[in-house]
Design a protein around this ligand. Structure first.
Ligand code: SAH
Length: 493
């Protein structure tokens, strides 16, 4: 499947910064459905064309977690048409831009530029007029060309396949999010199970423009595969005020940060992470926990230690990043686990910024090197999700001690250890935070350093253990209109 986007704007090669892809090189990356390439066939001062090519592995899809039972098993149209796989590929290639972020030239993110989009083949049983109904209200001139079933046999007639061209003035994020949401809507089938996360994705990428779209109901229905409770809650949330949408958009930014494959943190103390994980495990063991939820479990290093702990009979790993979760699955060999072992552990995608009934009823929640990946403005949402709604008996948090950075030449005083860290705390800052959270939510706290202790700046890492009464939080919260936190239901915190 080939998708091209031509952008007309002054200093057009800057678009490369906004898309996070260098015009001089070819981007290539595998994703869950196959492989995606992004490259620039045409670069000039006043326009650039960026192309996204996907190669889908139809056999792999059949073997995947959600087999395409409704399509021919081994012969299907998936490799050739735009679909939900195209959206996954768009997110793989242009995740930051889709979330409205750029590492450079970010002042141009809000600039409306003229875009010509060409989608090689769209499968749309609802016809040409339907495509216009979706894209025209967003400000595009829409051109569709119906394609014959087979070029060599005109008698066979036409297919429900179209070449789609769009022409409109949009910001980078708008054009990408329109395609991300609407291509699967045209195609009207999904290659994976549609659950709660889809609502979050739809709100995150559709949010602002979808709320004003005359066909929002139809879009939500088709995007969410006619699952009535999901459609209903999406439409309600779209009708709600802007804060919910802003939160959803912010969540998309978080997840974009997390889906990019993050480099290893700069930690010049060998084995520090291992030591940190062992310290956390010792704390879990010390309280005789039977259940553990690892929030921001990443690639599953703590989970793999937890599995060796017999007394832990229920383990849940949650992360916002599907890439990290896939790695965790491989690290833990989830696919080939013996049934008894398999019954102990679950991996799930979710965000710490949303209340989530699945996080309730755990003895211990661990957040190992996670909070520093959240914007400080979002910390309070995380605090409510963890300490008020999930409310485990104990919460174990680790985070870097910024004071120690001066001991590492590679970092120095000013810089942080990882490019995705939004902050790093001194020991005093960490303790002040612990004190405030504990006082707000009715927990007690203890603090300790992790790693070699330096007389002046302390240890490189720090840990807080919160100890409280499970279940005491939600019952008497008085926040009114946030919706209920019934089991499994994801609600904005
Ligand atoms: N706990 C793991 C990974 C730490 S890296 C370990 O110690 O090895 C931070 C992790 O937090 C990443 O995997 C990232 O995807 C996850 N993360 C970032 N923002 C998140 C959010 N809002 N909700 C859940 N996980 C998040």
């Amino acid at each position: 499947m080939l998708l091209t986007l031509t952008c007309y704007a002054p200093n057009a090669p800057d678009i490369g910064y906004l898309l996070g892809k260098n015009p001089a090189s070819v981007f290539e990356r595998p994703f869950s459905g196959g492989k995606v390439w992004a490259f620039y066939p045409d670069v000039a001062d006043d326009h650039v064309t960026v192309a996204m090519l996907t190669e889908i592995d139809p056999i792999g899809l059949v073997r995947g977690p959600a087999p395409l039972t409704q399509l021919g098993h081994y012969i299907n149209d998936r490799p050739y048409v735009a679909s939900s796989l195209t959206s996954v590929a768009l997110n793989t290639a242009f995740g930051s831009a889709l979330a409205g972020r750029a590492t450079s030239h970010s002042e141009r993110l809000s600039e409306r530029m003229r875009w010509e989009v060409s989608v090689g083949v769209v499968a749309c049983e609802a016809g040409e007029e339907f495509m216009t109904r979706l894209f025209a209200p967003l400000g595009y001139a829409v051109t569709t060309t119906r394609l014959p079933l087979d070029l060599r046999f005109s008698a066979w007639g036409q297919a429900d396949l179209y070449a789609l061209k769009l022409d409109g003035s949009q910001t980078v994020r708008e054009v990408l999010s329109h395609l991300y949401v609407l291509l699967p809507v045209l195609d009207n089938s999904k290659h994976y199970y549609v659950g709660e996360e889809e609502t979050a994705k739809l709100l995150a990428h559709g949010g602002v423009w979808l709320a004003a779209h005359p066909e929002r109901e139809l879009i939500a229905k088709r995007y969410l595969r006619y699952k009535r409770p999901l459609v209903q809650s999406t439409l309600e949330r779209l009708a709600e005020s802007d804060p919910a949408l802003r939160e959803a958009e912010a969540q998309a930014e978080e997840s974009a940060a997390a889906t990019e494959v993050a480099p290893e943190p700069v930690e010049a103390t060998p084995g520090l992470h291992e030591q940190r994980l062992n310290t956390v495990m010792a704390a879990i063991r010390a309280v005789g926990a039977h259940s553990l939820v690892d929030l921001g479990c990443g690639e599953g290093r703590l989970l793999s230690l937890a599995l060796t702990e017999r007394s832990l009979t229920r383990i849940l790993g949650m992360d916002v990043s599907p890439v990290a979760l896939a790695r965790a699955g491989r690290r833990l060999h989830v696919e080939s686990m013996a049934p008894m072992q398999r019954a102990r552990i679950q991996l799930t995608q979710g965000s710490l910024l949303y209340r989530d009934g699945r996080l309730r009823d755990f003895d211990v929640a661990a957040l190992v090197e996670v909070i520093e990946h959240l914007d400080t403005s979002r910390l309070s949402a995380m605090e409510r999700v963890v300490f008020q709604h999930a409310r485990p008996q104990r919460v174990i948090v680790t985070t870097p001690n910024r004071e120690y950075n001066v001991r590492w030449e590679a970092i120095g005083e000013q810089r942080l250890r990882h490019r995705d860290h939004r902050f790093e705390w001194t020991r005093a800052e960490c303790q002040a935070w612990a004190e405030r959270v504990a006082a707000t939510y009715g927990y007690r706290w203890t603090w300790q350093g992790i790693g070699p202790e330096d007389a002046a700046v302390g240890a490189p890492s720090q840990m807080v253990i919160f100890d409280g009464n499970p279940g005491a939080g939600d019952a008497n919260e008085g926040e009114g209109n946030e919706g209920d936190a019934t089991a499994g239901k994801e609600t904005l915190a």
